[in-house]
Design a protein around this ligand. Structure first.
Ligand code: FES
Ligand SMILES: [Fe+2]
Length: 439
């Protein structure tokens, strides 16, 4: 366990990290307080709550929250009744009608969280300060809420950078996803996969830009996908793109991943380059490209479709694969338990087959039956087991250490070093900054 006043900066060195960072419940509690309950955290997409009263529930750090559509925009409130503390919304999503109503004693609240009524309010609370003007009688609002291109974030801290300043270069995740839509925006597919991982939240984030692991962890799945791809192609004469992207895990050998690059930014955000969308010449793709060109012009279309992104990691809780219109949200539950939600988006104005194709890949890599997730989850669990043991004190992030290219506001990996552990080093650098800022 931690000493009473730990110097957290001693837990992280530029190229290695102590195992307690992943396994100590006291450090986890501090992370929730100093990172997740302070910085901008992704709540959801505006299209999840199109009508007044529509809501989705979520977790920010340890806090149950609810994102709701009001008559004048999207709000994020603490999902807690000010009476005796009951959660107001128990479901993942729904419509609350004209107002929220607590199921315990029927206090009601407007969509903005302000108190509407209390049963027998005049007689029951005469002579007290419990009334509609008392801010303690409302559902507490998140300190700040902002959205970028329809993606809604909240911060539980009243101060700190604006959302756009916080996102910085990582905004490209949302720009790339929306710009690929002929309509210029995306719409969420209103159901997601939820996975509880038996491992620390940082293990998942570190994996997202880990170009070293796919050809190892996912090699056998890639081989199986290659067999299915060949079989389908033989039978139908058409190459199934979703399987093709998966079979790349067996055909792209480990050394090829060094051709990718990582771009590492302040606040822990990182980008792994390496285009994932592919541009086959089938009729569906050509129809889509024509629609995009009609909307934005030929030159702009080429620029959009050439954007070189594999993953964008928005620290500390979001991993976006913009060319495939999917993102993964990380909600830490405990030092060794993490919920991930995997969401998929539809490009507005794109032909239906383009959506179906992206959806097929989304299901292939994310559904409960996928081997991709299963292989990752087993490794995450194994890491957590090892890090909770006395078999060693440190986690190594030495790969290509000392060879990063440092420029103001960005740390890049040099050419031929795509498997660098620079993104992990960058995340831990941000971790120390967040964790020691208020200490
Ligand atoms: S706890 Fe909500 S009305 Fe009593
Ligand atoms: Fe993986």
């Amino acid at each position: 366990m931690l000493p009473p006043s730990p110097d957290l900066s001693t837990y992280v060195e530029p190229d290695r990290v102590r195992r307690e960072v992943y396994s100590d419940p006291a450090i986890f509690a501090l992370e929730m307080e100093r990172i997740h309950e302070r910085v901008w955290i992704y709540c959801g997409h505006e299209s999840q709550v199109p009508n007044p009263g529509d809501y989705v529930t979520l977790q920010i750090g340890r806090q149950p929250m609810v994102m709701v559509r009001t008559a004048d925009g999207v709000r994020v409130l603490h999902n807690r009744c000010p009476h005796r503390g009951a959660m107001i919304c128990g479901d993942h999503t729904g419509n609350t009608g004209e107002f929220f109503r607590c199921s315990y004693h029927a206090w009601t609240f407007h969509h903005d969280g302000s108190l509407k009524n209390i049963p027998m309010m005049d007689s029951g609370y005469a002579g007290t300060n419990w009334n509609r003007d008392n801010p303690d009688c409302r559902m507490k609002a998140a300190a700040r809420v902002a959205s970028y291109r329809g993606f809604v974030f909240a911060s539980l801290a009243a101060d700190g950078p604006t959302l756009e300043d916080f996102l910085g270069e990582s905004k490209i995740a949302f720009d790339d996803m929306c710009d690929r839509a002929p309509g210029g925006e995306v719409e969420i597919v209103p159901h997601c996969f939820r996975v509880i991982q038996r491992s620390n939240w940082k293990i998942f984030l570190e994996n997202q830009l880990d170009a070293l692991h796919p050809s190892v962890t996912h090699q056998s799945t890639g081989r199986a996908a290659r067999d299915v791809e060949t079989e389908i192609e033989k039978r139908t004469g058409k190459a199934p793109l979703a399987y093709h992207m998966l079979s790349a895990f067996s055909t792209v050998t480990i050394d090829k991943w060094d051709n990718f690059r990582t771009l590492n930014y302040p606040h822990g955000h990182c980008i792994l380059t390496g285009y994932m969308g592919l541009r086959p010449k089938d009729p569906d793709t050509l129809e889509y490209e024509a629609a995009l060109a009609a909307a934005v012009g030929e030159a702009r279309k080429e620029a959009i479709l050439s954007t070189d992104i594999h993953h964008v990691l928005i620290y500390p809780g979001l991993s976006v694969q913009s060319p495939l219109q999917q993102l993964r949200v990380v909600r830490p539950l405990g030092v060794d338990r993490t919920l991930t939600e995997i969401w998929h988006f539809r490009l507005k104005g794109a032909p239906e087959p383009i959506y179906r194709r992206a959806l097929a890949y989304y299901n292939l890599v994310n559904s409960p039956s996928t081997l991709i997730n299963a292989d990752d989850l087993e490794n995450f669990w194994k890491c957590q087991q090892g890090l909770a043991s006395d078999g060693g004190d440190w986690v190594s992030f030495h790969r290509h250490f000392g060879r990063d290219i440092e420029r103001p506001g960005i740390t890049e990996t040099a050419d031929g070093m795509g498997t660098s552990e620079a993104p992990m080093r960058n995340q831990m650098k941000a971790w120390v900054e967040f964790m020691t800022r208020a200490a």
